[in-house]
Design a protein around this ligand. Sequence first.
Ligand SMILES: [Zn+2]
Length: 197
Amino acid sequence: MLIVGTDEAAVEHDLLSGGLACPKCRGPLSPWGHACARPLHLVGGEVVQLTPRRAICRAHPTAMTHVLLPDASLLRRRDHVEVIGSAISQHVDGAGQRPIAVSLGVSREKVRGWLQAFAVAAGEIRAHFTRWAHALDPELGAIAPAREAVADALSAIGVAVRAYVLRFGPTPEWGVVARLSGGVLLCNTKLPFPAVP
Ligand SMILES: [Zn+2]
């Protein structure tokens, strides 16, 4: 899987011109049909159908295909990354699961699942985004610890996103998170984060 932008025309152009690199070997990817359609719940409750592009890398002994997942989404999650990010931010600000669920128009079970997954991986998330923050901004000093693991993880995310925006220009915060986490923000106990360049 490879996280790409949400502009389908730009992704298609990159794919056709060999501008997308295989996440395993950095070789050029070529178009290879589409992955299964899946619903994506947006902020505000609207649902859109997402049909991610699939690409192939022919450099491997048995050609390897990758799903190109837009940075609006995370692997194995059906809600827009901004919805999930808002739940995490509200939780760190002290909100309970029920008010978070009501504010986002999702079930409490869903919010609990996101928060549990984030809490389980908080140490790894903090380490990964701290590495990214320093990779994006070599001048950056140490990131002071906050109060507890989950707040520390969110704070490292914030620093990395700021460094990303300073370098590449305004970008939606949680889209940057999807991208820098390789889409596995909430399933990193099963799938490792991609290496930080
Ligand atoms: Zn490859």
